[in-house]
Design a protein around this ligand. Structure first.
Ligand code: FAD
Length: 271
């Protein structure tokens, strides 16, 4: 990419497992040597885990969830669960540390390209004992063929109205037919229908698909905070006054236990 002038590689078995403590220390080390003006990470769980730790080590205050960059020290970020946008100016010392919502930034496809040198980070001063009390035990991951929730073009979400994990399988079947990712409200996650990595919203994932379909979702502000950038929102809810209809492009007042089976029947099989 033409904007990349250098790639730094920290190649060591110290970083085999993504422990935030170790990686934050690495960011500190790289910053101390490079004296960069800005350090930016994506607002995903990995970035959110490392950024505050690295910022504390570097004694600066990070700015999180940036959705627009107005200048080198001025940024826009949502507040009150996305109901207001706040413009903030960074007036601290370098580095200015940001987490950015990747759903708010389009990747520019530039015809020019640039070869950037790749250099190894000098880890001779990396402190082995720094990791402190955190130890890597094991890693469990959900193996799924479905698209990643954060990048999916289509997301099908189910809410508390699904009533059980068994019923939630209807949402999964529909997602399969549409090649979509599955999402859930916090109420559905708290009720144990699905694991919490499927939660969409203020305290879950932020999504920006082309099509977002919500079944039995009331549309609480904390949920809407995660779906605002979706292109088309479709909602099915049996309560015509549900707040989700205020943001939906298409709304159907109906019972999901009738609508989903009908959709499953009428939609063609996935090729
Ligand atoms: C600090 C904080 C952070 C939060 N973060 C999040 C977050 O990240 N994500 C999130 O989702 N929530 C979050 N919440 C919770 C949020 O406030 C709501 O409680 C939650 O989103 C409600 O989930 P729901 O829409 O599934 O359930 P409900 O609000 O109970 O809504 C269920 C809906 O289903 C409809 N319904 C019922 N039966 C049927 C049927 N048979 N067919 C069709 N429709 C039906 C009902 O009319 C209703 O509108 C947060 C709350 C707090 C306080």
């Amino acid at each position: 990419h033409p904007s990349i002038s250098q790639v730094l590689v920290a190649d060591s078995d110290k970083f085999t497992h993504p422990l935030a403590e170790t990686w934050a220390r690495l960011v500190q080390l790289v910053q101390q040597k490079g004296e960069y003006s800005h350090i930016i990470t994506a607002s995903n769980s990995f970035g959110k885990n490392i950024l505050p730790r690295a910022a504390a080590l570097l004694d600066v205050s990070p700015i999180t969830d940036v959705i627009a960059i107005s200048s080198s020290n001025q940024f826009v970020r949502p507040i009150y669960a996305g109901n207001a946008l706040c413009t903030v100016r960074y007036s601290g010392s370098n580095p200015c540390m940001l987490s950015v919502r990747s759903t708010s930034f389009a990747v520019s496809v530039d015809s020019k390209s640039n070869e950037a040198p790749i250099s190894q980070v000098d880890l001779s001063t990396f402190d082995e004992d720094f990791v402190g009390k955190s130890r890597y035990i094991n890693h469990t991951a959900q193996v799924t063929e479905r698209p990643d929730l954060g990048n999916a073009q289509v997301v099908i979400t189910g809410g508390r109205a699904l009533k059980s994990a068994e019923n939630f399988k209807m949402i999964e079947k529909l997602a399969e037919k549409l090649g979509a990712a599955v999402g859930a409200t916090r109420a559905a996650v708290d009720a144990g229908f699905v694991p919490n990595d499927l939660q969409v919203g203020q305290t879950g994932k932020i999504v920006a698909p082309k099509l977002y379909m919500a079944f039995g979702v009331s549309g609480a502000i904390q949920h809407l905070a995660g779906i605002r950038d979706s292109k088309v929102i479709v909602a099915v809810n049996k309560d015509a006054d549900a707040p989700i209809f205020q943001v939906a492009d298409y709304g159907l007042v109906g019972d999901l236990f009738e609508v989903i089976p009908e959709l499953l029947e009428k939609l063609p099989e996935k090729k």
